[in-house]
Design a binder for this molecule. Structure first.
Ligand code: NAD
Length: 362
């Protein structure tokens, strides 16, 4: 580690247990393989409700601190996502350090799978950013502890369309709560990140008549999708002051922060990205003060985990879509509860999830 990183004001010096994002995680596994160049971290946050399930993200992190911070935050988020969704799963996540476009190969994925296997089912992996269903099929060659494999080998397939459906349900519930109607026709929606989930979300909401503005760092993709969905495009990362009704973060986390909140004109935030609030307490409160309705990410982006969970509990497509559609009701209930109890929407959802974990622990 360089001294520059250690001195960073956002980080504590203690490498793992003293990290700001460390929240009583049960186990953190550092995986290294010289032959394939694999450098990965698996985070198991909590297994009170069941084995820790969560996807693997491959990303070119600026430094190892960022990778560790990400896996700590993401695995914790999975604990609460499973708990609020009523699934018997704990929270876990893995990150592989590297560029998925140029450094991912079958040997690396197989080696990663062997590390997953070494945890004997305490951690079950799946797909996240930088991963494809095919990568999970490779992992399946060396371990049974993987979900999100292709339908041809008994899996539930790509979870992203189901995630998008859940986000769509959460967005409609938040619109009902804020605007008094769940109809999105005529609403202006900024979708930031039009990847696997973002594109399907765009399809759902444009089909309903919403006016969509697309933002992504991948300009070729923006061009393709703006034509396909007859949508406007905004380039760059200074997008928060746009005159829209709804902001849907569907790229990476922590986009809701001091800077973005000071500019936001959107009255509703509902998107797929994990860990959208840079600081859950502070930014949850700031949104509440501004009257912006935030549909908690870990609640509305649970479609993907519902989809892969079906590989474990044998649920069929109908069960998956019914449970995902129910995100509408849960979101509306939690938004209503937050109003009644004068809590941030994040806190209201978090309390319910924590109560379920506590009950099982007892
Ligand atoms: P993806 O990699 O397919 O898409 C992400 C998109 O965001 C890409 O098009 C990328 O170019 C864009 N992007 C990256 N950085 C950006 C930036 N700074 N500004 C604008 N655009 C940027 O990923 P995905 O599977 O669509 O997932 C999107 C988000 O939803 C991620 O945060 C993921 O963790 C979360 N999520 C996904 C699922 C799922 O089922 N795929 C489930 C739950 C949560």
């Amino acid at each position: 580690m360089t001294s520059e990183i250690i001195n960073s004001k956002d980080l504590k010096n203690d490498p793992v247990f003293g990290q700001l994002s460390f929240d009583n995680h049960e186990q953190i596994v550092f995986c290294n393989d010289e032959d394939t160049g694999l450098k990965a971290i698996i985070g198991i946050h909590n297994t009170a409700l069941g084995p820790a399930l969560g996807g693997t993200r491959m990303w070119q992190y600026k430094n190892e601190w960022d990778a560790l911070n990400d896996v700590l935050r993401l695995s914790r988020g999975m604990t609460y996502k499973a708990a609020i969704t009523g699934l018997n799963l704990g929270g876990g996540k893995a990150v592989i350090i590297g560029d998925a476009k140029t450094q991912k190969n079958d040997a690396l994925m197989r080696r990663f799978g062997q590390f997953v296997d070494s945890l004997s089912g305490r951690y079950i992996t799946a797909e996240d950013v930088g991963m494809e269903t095919r990568d999970m099929d490779i992992v399946r060659e060396v371990t049974p502890h993987v979900t999100g494999v292709s339908e041809a080998i008994g899996g539930a397939g790509n979870p992203s369309p189901v995630t998008a459906y859940g986000v769509y349900m959460g967005m409609k519930a938040a619109a009902e709560f804020k605007f008094g109607t769940n109809k999105l026709a005529g609403k202006k929606v900024l979708v930031q990140g039009v990847g696997h989930v973002g594109e399907t979300l765009v399809k759902y909401i444009t089909d309903e008549g919403a006016q969509v503005v697309l933002n992504d760092i991948n300009e070729a993709r923006l061009e393709e999708l703006s034509k396909k969905y007859n949508a406007n495009v905004v380039l760059g990362d200074d997008v928060y002051g746009l005159d829209v009704d709804i902001y849907a973060p569907c790229a990476l986390g922590a986009t809701i922060n001091d800077n973005s909140i000071s500019k936001l004109k959107a009255q509703v935030i509902a998107g797929a990205a994990n860990n959208q609030l840079a600081n859950e307490l502070k930014h949850g409160e700031l949104l509440k003060k501004k009257g912006i309705v935030y549909a908690p990410d870990f609640l509305i982006n649970a479609g993907g985990i519902i989809n892969v969970y079906s590989e474990l509990d044998g649920g069929n497509r109908e069960d998956i879509m019914r449970k995902t559609e129910n995100i509408y009701n849960t979101t509306l209930e939690i938004l209503t509860l937050s109003g009644k109890e004068n809590l941030t929407t994040h806190q209201a959802a978090f309390n319910i999830a924590q109560a379920r974990i506590n009950a099982v622990k007892k």
